[in-house]
Design a protein around this ligand. Sequence first.
Ligand SMILES: *Cc1c(COP(=O)(O)O)cnc(C)c1O
Length: 393
Amino acid sequence: MTTQNYIDIAEANLLHTYNRYKVVLDKGDGVYLYDTDGKKYLDFAAGIAVFAFGYGNKYYNDAVKAQVDKLVHTSNLYYNVPSAIAAERLVKLTGMDRVFFTNSGTEAIEGAVKTARRYAYDRDGTTDHEIIAMKHSFHGRSMGALSVTGNDKYQEPFKPLIGGVKFAEFNNLGSVKELVTDKTCAIILEPVQGEGGIYPCTEEFIKGVRKICDDNDILLIFDEIQCGMGRTGKMFAHEYFGVKPDVLTLAKALGCGVPVGAFLTNEKAAALKPGDHGTTYGGNPLAAAAINAVLDLFEKTDVLDNVNNVSAYLEEELDKLVDEFDCVELRRGKGLMQGLVLNKPVGEVITKALDNGLIIISAGAQIIRFVPPLIITKENVDEMINILKGALA
Ligand SMILES: *Cc1c(COP(=O)(O)O)cnc(C)c1O
């Protein structure tokens, strides 16, 4: 079968929820992907900030394969070894107290939202509580997560969403304060907004929001599904500010490709009780073995040093493009989560780059997003910049 055959089959049978690039990816090796015609691509998207350690990592693959042969699934009616170990390690790593494993990012957000409502129900015995979320945020596509996602286009056809959600301006403390009432149960934000356009929060903002939460008995939820797990050069982006959340959501690089997410709470926010929440798959032995392999790799390698070294270089090289090309307005981001803002739609640039063997993605109409595997080298950055320049010209 030809590449076009696969595309035709997919288009004839998949629900048409994506306008896909005309590429059928077939295998991966390190920071490179290959399509069904054998064409090679340098990958600066990592499956949307997922594949942190590159493709075909032997340690990771061996660990996942070994678990497949041992035990894949048990349900949560019983304990299993990989999930007990992964839970202890994640709690230690995050400084949180408890973890609930999910199958995706959006489910982690659902759990965080339910946690907030349950907490407030216990707090004052009433319902109809409110959540403050941010404009330009992205928290997922299920109804609860969509309800706290600050994007009219995603929300409009699916109304009514869950009630009581209000949107504040990101990095504008005053606009958050204005929305606080005695019904507020949580404030949710991404320390570095991802899909919304790669906007890092300011220290003043995140500290101010923490204080609002402390003063009003409100839970603070950090969504680090994209910016967590080493992406910004620290294990979690909020470590830059010395501010801790009450609830933390993770996914994407947490399992490096095996679908898994998690929400973690501190003891105060551990409000969900037996019967309040559940999942058939969440934290099954296979998913938990993937998490353990990923955590091993963070411990065994100097990947965070690599993120810090290479991202400094990536920033320099992207900044040069701002000077060199009229269509490039500015760069912003943290670590290996960078955005390049153009003064025009980025679709054509991304398609040209793809033609020339570079995978990059967008974050909003006019922003190119760079979220490569965390193991990329400066040589990979040079290679990327060369192809990108051709596509921008
Ligand atoms: C991707 C993403 C989600 C949703 O995760 P899914 O696994 O796609 O459901 C939620 N929040 C943030 C910040 C994300 O980047």
